[in-house]
Design a protein around this ligand. Structure first.
Ligand SMILES: Nc1ncnc2c1ncn2[C@@H]1O[C@H](COP(=O)(O)OP(=O)(O)OP(=O)(O)O)[C@@H](O)[C@H]1O
Ligand SMILES: [Mg+2]
Length: 452
């Protein structure tokens, strides 16, 4: 058999055809693998970048946390917080708004940038605008185009000349309660991101605690000042009462004794009358001193409660006054009883009646002063009404600074201490009525067994 030699040309052809196919396939799979590697690399790089951002964010959170716990001054806490947050999130501006407890409105506390002073008087009604919605729902909001967002409060932009483009707003939450919001505006490098939101929310979490602590501290300081003022006021009143009452009477007793001594030498028949007068003055002085002691610390209030203490108070006062003092107690409980309240509330109510009756005696020129305690279900009303000349409520409220009197202010503060709502009605010529309405919640009532 003749051997067949492969034809070189054919071999080359076959090989190169096979090889080319293989090479093409190989190249294709290589390029695919490289593409995948590149994508992986890209993903890894971006993961590293975002890990870096996170780390920066966490460092910032920790750093702000440390700073915030270093001060209890509310203004300092807010300023420091806002400065660091806007810097870190690369925002053009920012602001912090706190919720007003009674109205639920948001009040601007601080904002950065040139417009900060202009923005300060603003108040945002409850639930309105982006900040209002965040405060109401407790959920953060991010806006990429503020001018097109209907919720954005454009009036603030108009008034301040600041053009808001992007917004990130998160709630300040403590104990499941929104106490305000913190917002940043116009990130310089594009819209705010998920990470920005997470970082701001983490900062807001302990910023809220720092703000709450600073507010508590402020309240404690204000309370301390109030206690000092109240003590000063009590000593002033005591001084005045001692001066106008018993001191005058003791001086009169001294004069009458001198007179009696002289009469003894010149005309002994006058002495008995003089001595009677002296006895009368001494009795009056004793009564006034006892009344003063009673009013300083009405023990009967501690032992028997409001109705008994008010009865004693009005009886003692009636002795020195021509105005008729009346007390009525109406209760829907057996024996017309008024339940015992915690001592703080009873003392506050007693002090309100004391001041209102003193005012009516001093200023009203009334024929009658009516004090009443009315209890229906769980509502207690305490009313002090007079038929005197009345007064202009607005005028009196507006010039406290000038007069330096504290009576009405004390009545307001004590109504709050008693846990009640205060209503004052008066007009020139129409008498005056002061009423405190208290909802008797379990926390205000002394438990029956403690009472026994
Ligand atoms: N029942 C009342 N009738 C008429 N005027 C009143 C009555 N109660 C208060 N006023 C007016 O309101 C003002 C403010 O009362 P307030 O108790 O705050 O001060 P004050 O009695 O003058 O001083 P203080 O209570 O500090 O001794 C009084 O000066 C008086 O003009
Ligand atoms: Mg007064």
């Amino acid at each position: 058999m003749a051997s067949q030699k492969p034809d070189l040309q054919t071999t080359k052809k076959i090989f190169s055809q096979w090889n080319r196919e293989k090479l093409v396939n190989y190249a294709a799979s290589l390029s695919k693998a490289m593409g995948a590697e590149r994508a992986k690399h890209k993903a890894l790089t971006s993961q590293i970048e975002s890990a870096k951002d996170w780390l920066q964010g966490l460092t910032l959170v920790e750093e702000i946390g440390q700073h915030l716990s270093s001060t209890l001054n509310l203004d300092e806490v807010l300023a420091l917080l806002l400065k660091r947050v806007t810097e870190a999130l690369n925002a053009e501006d920012g602001s912090i708004l706190l919720t007003e407890e009674i109205s639920g409105d948001l009040i601007f506390q601080i904002s950065l940038g040139a417009i900060s002073e202009e923005i300060k008087p603003f108040r945002i009604p409850k639930g309105e605008g982006i900040a209002g919605e965040v405060a109401l729902t407790g959920v953060p909001i991010r806006v990429d185009n503020a001018q097109k967002d209907k919720r954005h409060f454009k009036q603030i932009d108009i008034d301040t000349g600041f053009l808001t483009q992007t917004i990130l707003c998160v709630p300040l939450l403590t104990r499941q309660r929104v106490i305000g919001v913190i917002e940043v505006f116009n990130k310089r490098s594009g819209p705010f991101t998920d990470e920005d939101q997470v970082i701001l929310s983490s900062i807001a979490n302990f910023a809220a605690i720092a703000i709450e602590n600073a507010r508590l501290h402020q309240r404690v300081l204000a309370e301390r000042d109030r206690v000092v003022l109240a003590q000063e006021e009590t000593s002033r009143k005591l001084q005045r009462d001692l001066h106008d009452g018993p001191t005058q009477l003791v001086a009169a007793i001294q004069m009458n004794l001198d007179f009696a001594k002289q009469a003894l030498k010149k005309d002994p028949s006058l002495v008995e009358k003089e001595l009677d007068e002296i006895i009368g003055l001494a009795q009056k002085a004793t009564h006034q001193m006892r009344t003063l002691l009673f009013e300083l610390r009405p023990l009967v209030l501690e032992t028997q409660g409001l109705a008994a203490a008010l009865t004693t108070f009005l009886k003692r006062r009636q002795k020195d006054e021509r105005t008729a003092l009346h007390l009525t107690v109406n209760s829907d409980r057996p024996d017309n009883a008024i339940p015992r309240l915690i001592s703080k509330s009873e003392m506050a109510i007693f002090a309100i009646v004391q001041e209102a009756v003193n005012n009516a005696l001093k200023h009203a020129m009334a024929y009658n002063i009516y004090v009443s305690l009315d209890l229906k279900k769980d509502r207690l009303s305490v009313t002090i009404l007079d038929d005197g000349q009345g007064f202009d409520l607005n005028a009196v409220s507006n010039n406290y600074e000038d007069r330096g009197s504290y009576g009405m202010i004390n009545i307001k503060e004590r109504a709050a201490v008693a846990g009640g709502n205060l209503a004052i009605k008066s007009a020139p010529g129409a008498g005056a009525e002061i009423q405190v309405n208290i909802l008797l919640t379990p926390g205000l009532l002394v438990a029956e067994r403690d009472e026994a």
